[in-house]
Ligand binder design. Structure first.
Ligand code: FAD
Length: 431
């Protein structure tokens, strides 16, 4: 590509956010290049793997049509654990499979499918091309540098993920406090689809999502997850970065993952499976209080680069926010072009579109979640006590001192509830 040409849009990063943006602008006939440093779209992307479709059905329905989803999630479980025992709360729902509420995905497959769709709309997908710096003239971003080459465009979209150097170079994210991030580790274990359906008690094509809280992170803020794909399981851990500062060894999270897989309530689920992928990645979990400005003239930030992730403790969402923010950025670029807005007004238009969307409304609703969920005792104190309490319900002995139900109730009142328990419950409810 010639360094002399000025494109309409350069998108940096072929993740969900970048591809959703490129799809919008390429569909309208604009000249778009998508730069991806990896060998292919999705090759460097990592996600637990549950995509909530409901929020993006309207904004990205056409892009996601016929996408290679793995399974529709119809069963959710939360597992409260101590070292040896656990208590599982399982919710099964009869979701209409023609229009699932959420699905499991494998990013390498999904991102490549979306990239092909974006290319079919006329966008240039340039893989193994890393944007090294921004081109800034008179306070406005006018392109990026790729090695020695300068690529110019009217708008640059920063879709370069959680460590966005574009955001940093533009002065939008200078501080990176550890409590704004979590570290996630994920492994994909290949397993026969019949075994998956048998072990997770779901029908063909249907899927299960299991969250683990407590001993799986050694009582640190975070949790474990298992998602069922068509012929594999995604299993991993997310741990708040702040809590990892005392770790003495770099392999601590890998050791936790090994212990997670060996748990008596996990090992039978993955038995006979073969690890085919393994990776670690950061997650921006600072919530609404840690968001940067969403652009400067000539530059718009989308997805993780803009810090758009919601973690409510039971739901972790970044993918739908990435898709939606990418689509909104694309639409703002088109509106700005039609109305002949200047670069500063384009940023203002995109910011206002985000603010009026479900993204900012829901980030605001959950604004207290990051600080509430950072409380270590939620993970150290309650999951083992809940697991112990549930075990009491089923205890049979020869002492005959009390019925197991009475004993369990006492245990619940003394060890799980109590003043602190009610206070923490109140905070969780108001989060
Ligand atoms: C372990 C884990 C579990 C998660 N679980 C879930 C879940 O179940 N559900 C959910 O919704 N979200 C989940 N998330 C969050 C979700 O994965 C992210 O929010 C989402 O992937 C963000 O998409 P994105 O397009 O903004 O960024 P990314 O997917 O990170 O894409 C960024 C792209 O930019 C490229 N890039 C970076 N720098 C450059 C450069 N200089 N030049 C060119 N290309 C560049 C990268 O190679 C990458 O392809 C999870 C995250 C992790 C780590």
């Amino acid at each position: 590509m010639s360094g002399e040409d000025t494109l309409d849009v350069i998108v940096v990063g072929a993740g969900l956010a970048g591809l959703a943006c490129a799809y919008e602008v390429a569909s309208a006939g604009l000249g778009v290049a998508v730069l991806e440093r990896g060998d292919a779209a999705g090759s460097k992307n990592l996600s637990g793997g549950r995509l909530y479709l409901e929020p993006v059905r309207e904004l990205c329905g056409d892009l996601l049509k016929d996408a290679p989803f793995e399974r529709s999630v119809v069963s959710d479980s939360i597992v409260f654990c101590d070292e040896k025992q656990s208590m599982t709360l399982r919710v099964d729902q009869d979701h209409n499979s023609a229009s699932p509420h959420s699905v499991t995905v494998l990013r390498a497959k999904l991102d490549q499918y979306l990239a092909d769709k974006v290319s079919q709309k006329g966008a240039m997908l340039l893989v193994q091309q890393q944007a090294d710096s921004l081109l800034i003239e008179d306070g406005q971003v006018v392109g990026v540098k790729v090695g020695p080459e300068e690529l110019r465009s009217r708008v640059v979209v920063g879709a370069d993920g959680v460590l966005s150097f574009l955001a940093q170079e533009a002065g939008l994210r200078s501080r990176r406090p550890a409590d704004n991030y979590a570290i996630g580790l994920k492994e994909i274990i290949q397993l026969d689809s019949n075994l998956i359906e048998e072990r997770f008690n779901v029908s063909a094509g249907q899927g299960s999502a299991r969250l683990y809280v407590g001993a799986v992170t050694s009582g640190l803020p975070g949790g474990g997850f298992i998602y069922t794909n068509s012929q594999s399981l995604s299993i991993g851990l997310v741990v708040g970065m702040q809590a990892t500062q005392n770790w003495k060894s770099e392999s601590a999270i890998h050791d936790l993952q090994e212990a997670f897989k060996q748990r008596p309530d996990v090992a039978p689920l993955i038995a006979g499976g073969k690890t085919i992928e393994y990776g670690a990645h950061l997650i921006p979990e600072g919530g609404s209080k840690a968001l940067p400005a969403f652009g400067i003239p000539g530059l718009l930030l989308v997805g993780d680069a803009a810090g758009l992730v919601i973690n409510t403790g039971t739901v972790l969402r970044g993918m739908d926010l990435a898709l939606a923010s990418g689509a909104l950025a694309g639409r703002s670029i088109l509106t700005a072009r039609a109305a002949e807005m200047n670069a500063a007004d384009t940023v203002a238009h995109y910011t206002s579109a985000l603010q009026q969307s479900f993204i900012m409304r829901q980030l605001h609703t959950h604004r207290k979640a990051p600080s509430v969920l950072a409380q270590g005792r939620l993970y150290r104190r309650y999951p083992p006590r809940l697991a112990g309490w549930a075990a009491d319900l089923f205890e049979v002995n020869t002492a005959g001192e009390s019925t197991s139900f009475k004993k369990a109730f006492k245990h619940l009142r003394r060890k799980v509830l109590g003043f602190r328990g009610y206070r923490d419950l109140w905070r969780l409810i108001r989060m």
